[in-house]
Design a protein around this ligand. Structure first.
Ligand code: GDP
Length: 243
């Protein structure tokens, strides 16, 4: 996929302030300093999103961009200020949790993980929360150029080891570098594929068919979580779930 346009839509303080649900959304989230801004600019291409981003200081808001006029890139606030009170609301922005749980046109969450570090508790906590809520996500390991590929593989293996018990089949993973551009084609390809499978006007209200609720293992594109999470998501979200 080529990015022909990236237009800043708005900075939303909460779910209610988000735009209508007519376009599929792909949300990016990770610990502060994971490399999210760099990755998003790399994905957006030539001038990046910086050109169209709001003024700095909007990092606590949900920043939404319309891409190629047919999907939205959602830049979620970074999590993990461990020195703040150890409560979900402090570590994981309330508006973000609300967005993730209730956004009907959310196609997939890209959970960014720093490939240069061993598994971080806060990333594991966040992924555990997403798994418990049956959210569709893939893992994006960032900054792969920064350490040796052996180290990257070691960190990824350790991370996957820590989360393995949560899934029947592991979530899809991507390895990216904002410096070399590695992973860009794969990430955009994944979005492209989702768009073909699930174009806009995603917020269908109709009852899901049995196949949507419990697809056969062979039909499922990737693993499903072992946890028996509440299945209250709309049809679109269930279909897009990568496990
Ligand atoms: P954010 O806080 O998650 O938005 O992270 P930034 O994109 O601001 O990046 C945090 C730091 O990591 C900055 O110093 C970046 O230059 C650096 N960084 C981000 N992505 C990469 C990458 O792919 N490779 C390398 N070597 N450094 C990166």
């Amino acid at each position: 996929m080529n990015i022909s346009s990236a237009i800043f839509d708005r900075s939303a303080p909460d779910l209610e302030s988000c735009p209508d649900e007519s376009l599929p959304e792909f949300a990016f989230i990770g610990r502060s300093n994971v490399g999210k801004s760099s990755l998003l600019n790399m994905l957006a291409g030539k001038d990046g999103l910086a050109r169209v981003s709001p003024t700095p200081g909007f990092t606590k808001l949900i920043n939404i961009f319309t891409m190629n006029k047919n999907w939205r890139l959602v830049d979620l606030p970074g999590y993990g200020f461990a020195h703040v009170a150890r409560q979900d609301s402090a570590r994981f922005n309330e508006a973000v949790l609300e967005y993730l749980q209730h956004r009907k046109n959310l196609s997939c969450v890209f959970a960014l993980i720093d490939s240069t570090l061993p598994p971080q508790k806060i990333d594991l906590e966040f992924l555990e929360w997403m798994t418990g809520h049956s959210l569709p996500f893939v893992l994006v390991f960032t900054k792969t150029d920064r350490v040796s590929s052996v180290k990257v593989q070691e960190n990824i293996a350790a991370f996957m080891d820590r989360i393995a018990a949560w899934f029947e089949k592991r979530p899809e993973i991507f390895m990216c570098s904002a410096i070399t551009g590695d992973g860009r084609r794969e990430l955009l390809g994944m979005i492209d594929k989702s768009l073909v499978e699930e174009p806009g006007e995603a917020a269908e209200e109709s009852e899901p068919s049995a196949a949507d609720v419990a697809p056969d293992a062979e039909d499922a594109p990737a693993a499903r979580p072992k946890a028996s999470a509440p299945v209250s998501h709309p049809k679109h979200l269930r279909r897009a779930r990568p496990w």
